[in-house]
Design a protein around this ligand. Sequence first.
Ligand code: SF4
Length: 453
Amino acid sequence: MKYIQISLEEFFKIGPGPSSSHTIGPMRAALHFLEQINNLESTLLDKTKRIEVILYGSLSATGKGHGTLKAILAGLLNYTPDKCTPEVFNPLFEEKKEYELFIKDKKINFKLEDIKFGPIEHQFPHPNTLVFNLLDAEQKVLFSQTYYSIGGGFILWPGKKVEEKTLPYSFTSMAELKKIIQETSHSFAEIILENEMSLTGKTREKVFFYLRKVLNVMEMAVKRGLKTKGELPGSIKLKRKAPKIYERASFLAETPDRFLMFLNAYSLAAAEENAAGHLVVTAPTSGSAGVIPGVLYILRHHFHFDIQSLLEGLLVAAGIGYLIKQNASISGAEVGCMGEIGSASAMAAAMIAHVNGYSIQVIENAAEIALEHHLGMTCDPVGGLVQIPCIERNAMGAVKAFNAYILASSGDPKSQKVSLDQIIKVMAETGRDLPLKYRETALGGLATTLAQC
Ligand code: SF4
């Protein structure tokens, strides 16, 4: 088993919603393809007439509603996800159907019809697959590259070489991580931080600078979402709910309901911004980009935790996410919604336990409890949009994170029967046993029952 070697910039990616695997991943694939073809021999480029992209699996089933077509075009136009503002992203393929791409000095026209929807069931090793082809005038393939969008905006391609570095702290599981913590007396956050510095060559200040940026983007998503009313884009004409709940909570007396209403409002606000295609942070995915921002917002603005504690909390959240990504999956297309909302809730629960000063055992238990109570959760987005059930699931994931923290921090933490490593393994097995119709294809469950809504 390889040691965990994921960086914070790879994990907490800033980019447009609504779906990291269907939006940020394909955009990064298009950018990589663009780079590849820019390095091809001129003789090959001279013969090039068209670029064709074929979507497979979940990308083919729900890519349209998830913004995949716009994302591919944005990448081919050389936009990176963090620079792809809503002003750039939303009008793509809306205002015009044909665009000019430039490969070196060569101009190629790219149309909506150049993106094709391939079969949902296929033989590629990952459910979210896309193939880019460079074609000549006779439709002969001159150059081809296959990509897998594996969740959270991460991409792979056949033969991709991953350079393994020697990090200060090598671990593949929570059991190994706890052993390191015991031997070094370092905190969870410190271990993730030192590995990050070694992996990226960044100073401590630079790592925290990036985390501050992540926190800002998350907070901006909450703030915008609380202020924005009206309908979300898409066929189901779903109305935003966050501003209403926020207003109700603001006029309530100090009661437990009020806390829950604020937490719901903050998570909904960021999730609604994601559904609108606005800038969010993959935490761990865009579909689940409301859980951690909602929790962070309440920790900062209601419980008044200082920024430094929250940034360290993000390091802990990332550490839990790394373990899940490495040993199971954070992709709804691979393991259902437990990989997205379940992972986000586990990360948030661990973050709450950390900022409240609890031990690694309580942090682990909080993450375990949150993940355990998302087991079996299907991914069946209505209309192929990241709206129903996704938006409310973010609010539910945030509430469950708080509850998991309460359960984990009460009683003897050593008496916990199930470990985080065990539940991650169970999640991977359960997720892979889910029929295809419950893995981001919109072919079953809520997606078909509510198809007419
Ligand atoms: S149901 Fe869950 S996993 Fe599926 S798209 Fe929505 S948030 Fe993502």
